[in-house]
Structures are given as C-alpha cells and as structure tokens.
Design a binder for this molecule. Structure first.
Ligand code: PLP
Length: 411
C-alpha cells in the first residue's frame, strides 16, 4: 500500500530503527508506551549541553540567559502547538501522570467537598483514575463512571447520564491507550460546563497523533507527555486556564517558585513558576521543543492520516487471522488491541520479540477496562509516523508463527 508520508525518509532519521537484537529488521509497534526519537531531537539535546547548559533564571551570565531563553522558548512553542492562549498557562512537569496528580492534589483538594462528584470512564489509564480515587476518598466526594457503548466508544449521552449538579469535574482521556477510542471531548467539555463543572482531558495519546486545539475543545485542563511525541522522557505539560491556575495554591515549595522568603513566611511567583519549584528539566523542555519542530515539519494532519490508514489496514489484516479477537470501535486512533485465543498475551509478545517485533502485552495500566473486556491482559500494537504497511504484514506473520509455535488448534 502507498503511504501518505515519505516514511522511508522519516525512518532514516531514527537511528534506533537500525537496531536488530535478534538479527531481524526492527518493527517498533509500541509508540503508545513511548515513541522513538529522531536525530534532530538527539542532536538538539547534545547541542544544549555543549553550548547552553546552566541553571535557569538564577545566573547573571550569558549561559544562564541562553538556558532560560531556550526553556521559555520551549514553553511558548508548546503553547502554540496546542493553541493555548498564553505560554504562562503551560506548566512543565514530568509527564501526564504528574500533571494529573498536580490537578488532583491542588485543585481537587481545594475544591472538592463531601457530596461532590468526579466523573471518569472505564477506559481511563490509571494515571487519570487513581489520583481521583485518592482525592475523592480524602474529600468525601464520589467517583462516577460514564459507561462505554458495547464497541468501546463513548457516546456523549452516556456522559450526560451521569453528569449533574453535584459534578465538579469530568476527567476523561482524549484517546484510549488500549482501544484507540477517540472521545467526543468537545461535547464532553460543553456538557461539563453546562452543569457548572470543569473538564480535564488526558491527552497523552492524542497530542502526539492529531492536531489539538485546547481552546476549540473548550476544556479547563489538558495533560500530556513529551516522551510519547518524539521528545525525551521526564518532560510533560499541564495546560490550564489562567484564572484556574491563579486560584490554585503553589505545588512543590522551594527554590525558583518564590517571590520573597522571610524566617517565618514566603510569597510566591505567578503561574507557571509557582508550580515549578526546584530546578526544572531544562534539557527535557529543549528536546520537546525540537520534537515539536520535527512533528510540525512532517505535518500533524498527515501523521493522523498515515496512522489512520495503517490502523484500517491492520484491523482488516488481523480480522483474517482465525482465533484472533480485536477490541474497540472501528473509528479510532493508531492503536490495535487483541488476543489470540488460548495463548497468553505475554507468550504472543515473546514470540514476536524473537522476530524483533516490539508490542505491548499486559493490562496497559487500565485494569478496570480489562474487567470491562472480561480479560486480564491483551496484546497491543500502536503506530506512529515511522511505521509502514509492511510492518503490519510482519506483525500478522509473527502472529501466525505464535499460533504455530503453541500448536494451537484454532481453525
Ligand atoms: N494517560 C494515558 C492515556 C496514557 O497512555 C499514559 C501512558 O501510557 C499516561 C496517561 C501516563 O503517561 P506518563 O507515564 O508519561 O505519565
């Protein structure tokens, strides 16, 4: 099949794709866990450490000014990438998990009262579930679930069925990391607001793969991770509306985030600095900046189309394999999740690993969703801009090998 992207040209920029631990061409199908990094990002990290490295804000010298400029440029770039109104609304954190914990720990503790409700869905990653379980228990609030339709999609009516005057927050994934379901986030945010609630979107699987406009979505908080979008690990972002951030207390008290400190008390900087206590991950932010440039040069719309074509092809090829059940709706992001009858997902993944095909097997940090699917684990293949149709064929060939290896009598 013909690709919409110059995939071979793109692949040539990812050195790790030349690795072949078992002597076969590497087929990397685990970008939903973490993406690979192009040379452009690797080189930017090296250049930062060779020419700009110093601590931000503190130094009255040129290197520190360079580091500060690079760090703030990254913030401005992130804001532009997600169409945030202002860079000050972007807080650098370690990743999606930390971003959501920040909101639960600060906004949740300050705003949830006994009797209030937080609405989630059964497909949430534990990162957008456990923090809400924890803070709801602490504050005497209730966690409610908007149920999925039979195919794993989330009709907005199912959210409407549980959102009401007690709802304080609706917190949902933009794209499921297991089923690939794309949630109607714009309608969900509108519904939350009609009921006087706020809306948080876990964008970990969305920002890397489709154009995101937080103003168009109309949500209040949006969280994502740099490492899933060609950037380094240890850097991620929380975007939130300025008025909400202004009303929140600081997080992580210490250096960088204060205005003035006396022996007995302190005053704090404004957002985003009041949430970024301590030396931040400067190189991480700089690497993320480069990753955004790379993604923009390829074009987010083209990446979405490419992944969509790969996914459609994968679902049709997987459907040809007897004894294979795939889960989730047809319309989805670049993720396919399935089981081979009678073979444990870890065994499937081990056979595939022998072929140098990297997939994920397990509960994917979504145990309530595994219960909903009536299984304990699945195999997951996820696509990105560097994947090819031939790799989908290799996956299918590997799955047939797994069936053969386990002498499975699936007919
Ligand atoms: N939310 C979703 C939907 C995810 O897929 C992930 C990671 O897989 C996370 C949150 C957590 O991201 P991180 O581990 O980068 O904090």
């Amino acid at each position: 099949m013909k690709s919409l992207l110059p995939v071979e040209q793109i692949r040539a920029q990812f050195p790790i794709l030349n690795e072949n631990p078992h002597g076969k061409p590497l087929v990397y199908l685990d970008s939903a866990a973490t993406s690979q990094k192009p040379r452009f990002v690797l080189q930017r990290l090296q250049a930062y450490y060779e020419h700009e490295n110093a601590n931000v804000y503190r130094g009255v010298y040129t290197l520190s000014a360079r580091a500060t400029e690079a760090y703030e440029q990254a913030r401005a770039h992130v804001a532009a990438f997600i169409h945030a109104p202002a860079p000050e609304e972007v807080i650098f954190v370690r990743g999606t998990t930390e971003a959501i914990n920040l909101v639960a720990d600060r906004w949740g503790r300050e705003n949830l009262q006994p009797g209030d409700e937080v609405v989630v869905t059964p497909l949430e990653h534990h990162s957008n579930l456990v923090p809400w379980q924890h803070i709801c228990a602490e504050r005497g609030a209730t966690l409610r679930y908007a149920e999925l339709a039979e195919d794993g999609s989330l009709p907005v009516e199912n959210v409407a069925a549980v959102v009401g005057p007690r709802t304080k927050l609706v917190a949902v994934a933009h794209i499921s990391n297991v089923l690939g379901t794309i949630l109607p986030v714009r309608e969900i945010a509108e519904l939350a607001h009609q009921n006087g609630a706020l809306c948080l979107i876990d964008g970990a699987q969305a920002v890397p793969h489709l154009p995101v406009d937080v103003q168009q979505i109309g949500c209040d908080f949006y969280a994502f991770s740099g490492h899933k979008m060609l950037g380094p690990t240890g850097i991620g972002c929380l975007w939130a509306k300025r008025s909400i951030l202004d009303a929140m207390d600081p997080w992580l008290y210490g250096g960088e985030m204060i205005s003035r400190v006396t022996r007995v008390s302190s005053t704090f900087k404004e957002s985003p600095y009041k949430f970024e206590g301590g030396t931040p991950n400067i190189a991480g932010a700089v690497g993320l900046d480069a990753a955004l440039t790379f993604l923009e040069q390829v074009g987010m719309e083209r990446i979405t189309e490419h992944e969509s074509a790969l996914t459609e092809y994968a679902l049709s090829r997987l459907s040809e394999i007897k004894g294979l059940q795939w889960y989730g709706p047809k319309e989805r992001g670049g993720i396919v999740t399935f089981n081979l009858e009678g073979i444990h997902p870890h065994d499937v993944a081990t056979v595939l690993d022998n072929e140098d095909i990297c997939v994920r097997a397990g509960h994917h940090c979504a145990q309530p969703l595994m219960s909903w699917l009536s299984c304990t684990a699945t195999v997951r293949a996820s696509f990105y801009l560097y994947n090819t149709f031939e790799e989908v064929d290799a996956l299918c060939a590997g799955l047939l090998k797994a069936k053969e290896f386990f002498h499975h009598a699936v007919v």
